[in-house]
Design a protein around this ligand. Sequence first.
Ligand code: ATP
Length: 233
Amino acid sequence: MLLEATSLSRRYGGIAAVDAVDFSLHEGEVRAIIGPNGAGKTTLAGMICGRIEPTAGSIRFENEDITRASAPARVLRGIAYTFQVTSIYRNLSCFDNVALAAGRWITGERAVAEAVTEALARVGLSGDAARLAGVLPYGHQRLLEVAMALALKPKLLIMDEPTQGLAPAEIVAFCDLVRDVATSATVLIIEHNLKVVLELASRITVMDGGRIIAEGTPDEIEQHPAVKLAYLG
Ligand code: ATP
């Protein structure tokens, strides 16, 4: 098991955003988390990457307890993430954006440059390395963010709503990218586009009301009565 969360909870006052969830990831899988707005998806992912502190429960990564580890400490262990809102520096070149991200974790100018070049190539932005990030079309800015995460050479890449705002052709390219990333890392995506989820995920976790209400292969999830009711309508 790459990651194992046990009885994980996050309360905000009287609301349990995530309510005693058991969640685990196998190495090499592409996992999607789906569910209605407010289901607790972002909160669960935030606790895994260390941005949100759990109020109860534990998380193990590669058999070590990381429940209290900071987000930077988790990046060093191999957990990288991209957010719903892009976090690029618009006035820096694409190369420098990725170098800034990679330089926080990788030492040596040459090693950083190599990691940046490789990450940009992987997302198809080699030709844009010298361009200002702010002038890229939105879809390419999202790819740049994925490059920033990939430059960290993660074991687990977490992406929160990565296809939001992408054009259909960009979504196709994004799916190809995820399949490529999945050859070297485990991928966890929170995704509203069910077509993308069914196409990419090896397993799907369905959340509602802070709990996991179903988990299975895309075929199983499509057929699940609780899922049809709560999510697919
Ligand atoms: P969406 O698809 O809209 O992003 P989600 O499934 O990611 O939703 P969360 O963002 O994890 O859901 O939110 C779960 C619940 O916790 C919601 O009821 C939300 O209002 C609440 N919540 C999340 N963050 C906070 C916070 N910082 N303070 C108070 N309540 C919060």
